[in-house]
Write a protein that binds this ligand. Structure first.
Ligand code: RB5
Length: 145
């Protein structure tokens, strides 16, 4: 898969670990910043990665900030984005199967790298189930209109 990744300055040290892991799994990854630990603002990267995903340039996105909250809220303001912030793999898996999430976020101040990798793997491996969930996801889209 083609995966867009972004973080603010708080997620910057965590990001290369996730990039390496994604590459190990055989994915293509592009980093949309931040590129240094200089203080910056998470909405910039949430928006950028979200736009890359809705435009179809990337299959999905991964976002990291201190809690994963701010950057996922920013991403969710972009039409067509369903971003989930997760601290455990169960929600990550179900968010794909039931909600067809297209961005996964997590907090570098909340979880460690090994748990983050497990969450990423569950999320990437999961498939949207459609069926009874299809119309609910459509209903979310209608809220954006
Ligand atoms: C930055 O201090 C911090 O607020 C940010 O990384 C994130 O946790 C926001 O939700």
């Amino acid at each position: 898969m083609k995966i867009a990744i972004g973080s603010d300055h708080v997620g910057i040290e965590f990001k290369p670990i996730i990039i390496d892991y994604l590459k190990e799994l055989g994915h293509e990854v592009e980093d949309f910043g931040a590129y240094s630990s200089e203080r910056t603002d998470y909405p910039i990267y949430g928006k950028k990665v979200a736009e890359e995903v809705v435009s179809g340039n990337f299959d999905c996105g991964i976002l990291i900030c201190g809690t994963g909250v701010g950057i996922s809220i920013a991403a969710n303001k972009v039409k067509g984005i369903r971003a989930v912030v997760c601290s455990e793999p169960y929600s990550a898996k179900l968010s794909k199967e039931h909600n067809n999430t297209n961005i996964l976020a997590f907090g570098s101040r909340v979880i460690g790298p090994e748990l983050a990798k497990m969450i990423v793997k569950e999320w990437l491996d999961a498939k949207f189930e459609g069926g009874r969930h299809e119309n609910r996801v459509k209903m979310i889209g209608q809220i954006e209109k």
